[in-house]
Ligand binder design. Sequence first.
Ligand code: NIG
Ligand code: FE
Length: 411
Amino acid sequence: MQFAVVGCSELVTLAGPARPRIGAELRELGIVKSGAMLIRDGRIIEAGADLKFDAKTEVIDAGGRVVMPGFVDAHTHPVFAGNRADEFEKRAEGATYQEIAAGGGGIRSTVRRTRAASETELLAAAARYTEWFLRNGTTTIEAKSGYGLSLDDELKLLHTIGRISPLRTVPTFLGAHEVPDEYRGRRAEYLQLVIREMLPRAASLAKFCDVFCEPRVFPVEEARQVLLAARSHGLGLRMHADQLENGGGARLAAELGAATADHLEHTDPEGIAALREARVQPVLLPGAVYALGSRHYPDARAMIAAGLPVVLATDFNPGSSPTTSMPMILSLAATQMKMTPAESITASTINAAFSLGLGAEIGSLEPGKRADFVIHDCADHRELAYFFGIEFAREVYIDGKRVWSRRQAAI
Ligand code: NIG
Ligand code: FE
């Protein structure tokens, strides 16, 4: 089955070297003006300016709009029950995220509700968020467990993640997200549960293991134990590092050769140097800074200057970052971290794809790659970051199949 996409004001190909992009490369989007693309059996055959195809080929006219790879959201927590609008209101009245967590709220309150939910209920909630991702132009998400925190509940979350469709998903085990209520005061026992019982079972359902590495959650000594065990089970490593304070998380990610170190709001120059040395990709999550009402954004400019292959993601979760909108993240990256729209687009497509081990398959519109792309309702890619609070996606394709269109959603 073959079809052509024509009439692209800008075909944003992200064509370039087969590795994550660094430095000035982040601004090179490989834009083809008045571009077109030929797709067969879910893969891109050709992308360029003057494409020739026979009269039998079905034609999709982008109508003078931007066509881009789907966003690859490399850090999300999409499976949970309920939400935390109540805590959000308390924070608006002055309570802090840490105070709410210390009082038994936060992650633990979502864990209580998630444990009580069936896999069917969780999948129904995830389906709602899946539609939100698609309508914002996202085609792949990395999806973490972490709201179960018992063997059965973590497996329930990983199974639910495995059933999400039609988004492409990359599952990550996050058993070390928090110490659950019944293990308060017995953290060493909880760590053993994660390492001895959860990890061996989760390893066949997940591609990565993540830890919330934070001095007051899982400090580096504990995070190291979990991540070393995960590595011995063949899992790739990701880390929540230095989000609330500088606890040496980035240095641990470097020591272990993790695929990514995420957040990094409080990472110091030595931490940045360690990441560069070890080729760890930073995943920056400005939505979590914004939604917590903080001003402490990660130092994206220093990371780009240091030659780090920066990634941007939503961190979609019910506490610190309740958004599925990658265009909103692009806006924050521009206004708060001084990343240009082009840098942000690279960080949320091809660089994100490489951070998930999928750089050869998705993240750019090049021959041989999967046809995961979006027709956005704008003529210039910079509009995606410039207008904010806008849903630009008009049609979303995964593996060459249209999985979402604004017209159908509007009916
Ligand atoms: O990435 N840091 C830990 N996990 C999330 C927050 C999860 C929650 O508050 O439910 C984060 O910010
Ligand atoms: Fe997170």
